[in-house]
Design a protein around this ligand. Structure first.
Ligand code: SF4
Length: 186
């Protein structure tokens, strides 16, 4: 892990910037290769992530890992995954605006240290938050966005939507991952 990212991880592990600190088991920082050009961003940790300390470790994570391997050719150690929020909202409710604001400093510092070429946002919440729009994921996906001068953003569905048996979401997610692979290769 790059030294600056390790410093951020050490600094945020006891964070109390928002009230989620009181109910979390632990801060869920991220998993995977911090040197990868590809970073996935989801919403917030769920129960399994809160318990294990890593994002996307449940069924959604396993599906994500499988689709990335099949469409991009990277195994789970070949990319980095993180969430917009690092602590689990109680009852898996949506993150609140003030929680997102509180965690934004950590999020921006992490992304600056990771310095990815491509960010893939997973689902409605992360896509809307990063693109600062009220437009939903169904309309946002299917395109590549210039997110920062050196970073492209590819929004796609959350793997949980695919797990609900939505065949269209599965096909769309595969197409979005192929799009991300093409942008990575440029
Ligand atoms: S969600 Fe972010 S800001 Fe809130 S306590 Fe956790 S690490 Fe700190």
């Amino acid at each position: 892990m790059p030294a600056d990212l390790a410093e951020i991880q050490a600094a945020c592990k006891d964070c109390t910037r928002c009230d989620l600190a009181a109910s979390r088991t632990q801060v869920v920082f991220g998993r995977g290769d911090p040197l990868s050009d590809l970073v996935f961003v989801g919403e917030a940790p769920g129960a399994e992530e809160d318990a294990q300390g890593f994002p996307f470790v449940g069924r959604s994570g396993k599906l994500l890992d499988r689709l990335v391997l099949e469409e991009i050719g990277l195994d789970r150690d070949g990319f980095f995954v993180m969430n917009t929020l690092m602590c689990r909202p109680p009852g898996n409710r949506d993150p609140l605006p003030h929680e997102l604001d509180a965690c934004r400093g950590w999020f921006d510092s992490k992304l600056a240290a990771l310095d990815p070429k491509v960010i893939v946002t997973l689902g409605n919440f992360a896509s809307k938050a990063l693109l600062e729009t009220s437009t939903g994921i169904t309309k946002l996906r299917g395109q590549t966005y210039d997110w920062r001068p050196t970073v492209k953003l590819v929004p796609t569905f959350h793997p949980a939507a695919v797990l609900r048996g939505n065949a269209e979401a599965m096909a769309a997610m595969r197409a979005d991952l192929v799009r991300a692979k093409q942008v990575l290769a440029r």
